[in-house]
Design a protein around this ligand. Sequence first.
Ligand SMILES: [Zn+2]
Length: 167
Amino acid sequence: MLSNIYHLAIQWCSFILLRLFLLEKNSQLLYAFYKMDLLENRSKLLSIAKEAQGNSFAPYSDFTVGAAILTRNGKIFSGCNIENVSFGLTICAERVALFKAVSEGEKDFLALAIYAPKLVTPCGACLQVLSQFVSAPDEFIVISSDGTGRIGEWTLSQLFPFPFTSF
Ligand SMILES: [Zn+2]
């Protein structure tokens, strides 16, 4: 009787371990596929950012910016910079895209594309706000294009290694 229980316990343990192993392997496979997909989708993300640039409201600086952000669920949200006659109320394209996504229930992100007349990175304010909603900053990719064929690419960790996280 005792040996039967022992045998059953061993069987269950090995079954659970096998399941965990398969799950882990499966998620790594899925992640590899996702990475491949992301590489292929860089141009898609940039073209959505370029399209958003067309809606930019920048009568003061004339520096028009478009952004597109990819959620962990695979959705893309776009944004443009919106200036105001009261300059301090101006908001960057990156935060517009992010806030649109968060307001639609998205809380984790994988990549951000920026399209501007110059090769730029997000400002410090946008990087801080982004950091709040990125669970894997080492893997989060920021892609930037100035439309001349030059493309910059960084991870969030490279651009903003020490975000403010608690008080
Ligand atoms: Zn900004």
